[in-house]
Design a binder for this molecule. Structure first.
Ligand SMILES: [Zn+2]
Length: 296
């Protein structure tokens, strides 16, 4: 049994969440952990609402379910099945496809796909923990001619900027972002959001990084003859990401969502907080992500 994640075993999960009611209670406790605040008028007094765990504002009578205004908002899934999807996505080393989820949970594949997209939204980086120490940055193409298996059927080649935090011979963290062009502006924004100012940053010397020295005071430029030679950890990380992507997904549509999913699990494997609990917390604290927002 692989002990990669500090997480609930399936047995513990089932004992803690035996039914919809326990899941709803868990969400309500998280959502109103710091007290109630009406999301219509801001009042902080309430009485019980129509259903168990609903709350109704005692000033404006606005009723609110624990799920309202969160990533669980208007989900048609029974809440227990939604919890199972989150559980599998959090604790399965390489993730799980919507097809497999639909088989395991007796749900339509489309339903699983849509909810999975919402969970992937919750996996998006909080940008609260920028990378420190030794950091390598580079861009890579995903899809198109370089990536036959992905690009054959649909979607075009996309550019992704990737940064890894090195630790010994390995990588402790990784972030990635789909960018329109490898312009200085796009690279700078990504680096500012994910890399600490004091980090020792290495780039491949691509012109897009010129002028970023002042932003990151300790960049070491390395002449690269062959890609992958100077930045073995970075390029291995990129290769592994691409291999994973080919395994689960066959186009570059929704690439950012898949980057979020992959790096979320990778970056969390040494964290103390349980990955499942963290993911549920994020689901509750983030605003709704609708079908319309997803397909755009
Ligand atoms: Zn109110």
């Amino acid at each position: 049994m692989e002990k990669r994640f500090k997480s609930l075993s399936l047995f513990e999960f089932q004992a803690q969440f035996p039914n919809d009611e326990k899941c709803t209670e868990y969400i309500a406790n998280l959502k109103w952990a710091n007290g109630f605040k009406c999301n219509r008028c801001g009042h902080d007094k309430y009485c019980t609402g129509n259903k168990a765990y609903d709350r109704q504002c005692s000033r404006c009578n606005h009723g609110e379910s624990p799920m309202a205004g969160t990533l669980f908002h208007k989900s048609k899934l029974p809440i227990l099945k939604a919890f199972y999807i989150i559980y599998y996505l959090a604790t399965t080393k390489n993730g799980i496809s919507s097809t497999e989820l639909s088989r395991k949970l007796a749900l339509r594949q489309k339903t699983c796909w849509l909810f999975k997209q919402k969970v992937m939204k919750a996996m998006e980086s909080s940008q609260n923990f920028p990378m420190e120490g030794k950091v390598d940055v580079d861009e890579t193409y995903v899809g198109g001619q370089d990536e036959q298996a992905i690009g054959r059927n649909e979607g075009k080649k996309k550019i992704m900027v990737v940064a890894v935090e090195r630790k010994g011979k390995g990588v402790s963290r990784m972030y990635g972002r789909v960018i329109e062009t490898a312009s200085k502006k796009n690279l700078k924004k990504f680096m500012e959001e994910h890399i600490n100012k004091d980090a020792l940053v290495r780039t491949d010397g691509w012109t897009g990084y010129k002028g970023l020295e002042s932003e990151f005071p300790k960049p070491t430029r390395e002449k690269s003859e062959k890609k992958g030679k100077n930045f073995p950890q970075l390029h291995r990380s990129i290769m592994m990401f691409k291999a994973w992507l080919r395994g689960v997904h066959h186009s570059v549509h929704y690439l950012q969502a898949y980057i979020n999913e992959y790096t979320y699990r990778l970056n969390r494997h040494k964290m103390k907080e349980g990955i499942f609990e963290n993911l549920i917390k994020r689901m509750v604290s983030k605003p709704p992500h609708t079908y319309k927002m997803i397909i755009n």
